[in-house]
Design a protein. Sequence first.
Length: 248
Amino acid sequence: MPVTRSVVILGGTGEARELAAHLVDRQGVRVVSTLAGRVREPRLPVGEVRVGGFGGPERMADWLRAEGADVVVDATHPFAARISESAAVAAGLAGVPVLLLRRPGWSPGNGDHWRWADSLDEAAELLPGLGERVFLTTGRQGLSAFAGSPLWFLVRCVDAPTPPLPQRMRLLLSRGPYALDGELDLMRTHRIDVLVTKDSGGEHTVAKLHAARLLRKPVVIVRRPAVPDVPTVATVDHALSWLDTALG
Ligand code: NAP
């Protein structure tokens, strides 16, 4: 009987789904993806899926041992800092190698007017003076940072956010990917003065930044949280190469 090696993918991103799709039909490899369970109708990866938090790093370590995990790939979103920290600790406790798969952040180009913020609170503080009408694309969590603002917000997120929310806002529930024409149209229709985004990186949601450049609108961009000190790659292909070595 050939030995089966278990790969755990901490997911919630396109890269996590792509990685699972590459691995699921490999002989001798079992893939288990995990999701936080925050999104009402998540895009599910192929293969086995576990939904819900673990209850902290010790519990995650117990689960990794019980699953017989041979390797963990943390392919969570760049702003999901708690799970990444948890994964690094849990993998250490369970004695399982961990890889962080993290797409690169965005960088400004010619003609961009970007202001960097360390948090959503700081982003909210930067807005007065940049414009009256804000396109807020930082997701449904943490919108309380903008609740006290007198500005008008177009808030775009996947699921409806919970209060406290900006007092003057319009909610747009949608899920990317987004194309440049649509983003230009949206920003023109709502007479957007300034875009607020996290530095999520990747292609799926980058069109809003290109639209802001073409429309000569300023961008407030929230810096990424720190990452744990573990081996890190930027692409699914590099993760696959790392796994080839790790799984032997
Ligand atoms: P977070 O603050 O780092 O995580 C909060 C808690 O949720 C974690 O401590 C963990 O619970 C649980 N959790 C998170 N990701 C998990 C996963 N993949 N599998 C199992 N449990 C998980 O994360 P977040 O910012 O709330 O994001 C939640 C999920 O949405 C992440 O998986 C992320 O990849 C995805 N996502 C986040 C963003 C974003 O902007 N933050 C954007 C797109 C997608 P326990 O401590 O109980 O183990």
